[in-house]
Write a protein that binds this ligand. Structure first.
Ligand SMILES: [Ca+2]
Ligand SMILES: [Ca+2]
Ligand SMILES: [Ca+2]
Length: 215
């Protein structure tokens, strides 16, 4: 009975959030393969893993190039066929200006639809990682930061984290940077839909709602 009430409250709150069309931010979350993406199964979900050494048409980068395989390359772990703590046998995307960072822009007319969810996996660099997404008018949808760099540069994957955003009105670009040195990323991805919140998130919203009501 109590759970049912919470779920109903959660659904009511969710409806409020959905009708307000608020953006959702993701991460930093552990990511060793595509299975760790919050966008698995979403409409038009596409992942650029750089394993062909080329950035796909429809996405442009402000700076940097595909990189690897190399001893200091840092692909998402699973791209070399085995999740084993190492990504140097795969391909990533590298830019020497980590503090400037990289903007990936999504071209809706080339992709065939306006992305409503976008994401990226930070795989190597130093300092604080900063992720920001922008709507199709270039207005910021919010910033997520993380501190999970392990200080080594030889393809270790335990530090790798996903960052992303969803927006009902669409997303035009994302930017990612880290405090210094270079920056390496992988699995630039997008989809044409917004994932439904998990049951746990619904219960959390329900609890928040119930808390507010009690005051
Ligand atoms: Ca691996
Ligand atoms: Ca890769
Ligand atoms: Ca790494």
């Amino acid at each position: 009975m109590k759970i049912k009430t919470l779920l109903l409250a959660g659904a009511a709150t969710l409806f409020g959030v959905a009708s307000a069309r608020a953006a959702v931010l993701y991460g930093p979350s552990n990511y060793l393969s595509e299975a760790d993406s919050p966008f698995v199964g979403q409409t038009g979900w596409t992942v650029e893993n750089f394993e062909d050494g080329v950035l796909m048409t429809g996405i442009t980068a402000s700076a940097g190039d595909p990189y690897g395989p190399a001893g200091n390359a840092d692909s998402v772990d699973g791209d070399d066929g085995v999740i084993d703590g190492h990504g140097s046998a795969g391909h990533s995307f590298f830019f020497a200006g980590g503090s400037t960072g990289i903007t990936f822009t999504f071209n809706a007319s080339v992709l065939g639809f306006v992305p409503k969810s976008v994401g990226i996996v930070w795989t190597d660099g130093v300092g604080t990682i900063t992720f920001e997404a922008f709507d199709t008018n270039g207005v910021s949808l919010g910033i997520v930061t993380g501190n999970h760099a392990d200080g080594s540069f030889y393809g270790e994957t335990g530090e790798d984290r996903f960052y992303g955003a969803s927006n009902w009105d669409g997303i035009g670009s994302l930017h990612i940077s880290n405090s210094g040195g270079g920056i390496e990323v992988d699995h630039v991805q997008f989809s044409g839909s917004v994932p439904a919140p998990s049951a746990a998130a619904l219960l959390g919203l329900g609890a928040m709602f119930a808390g507010r009501r009690r005051r």
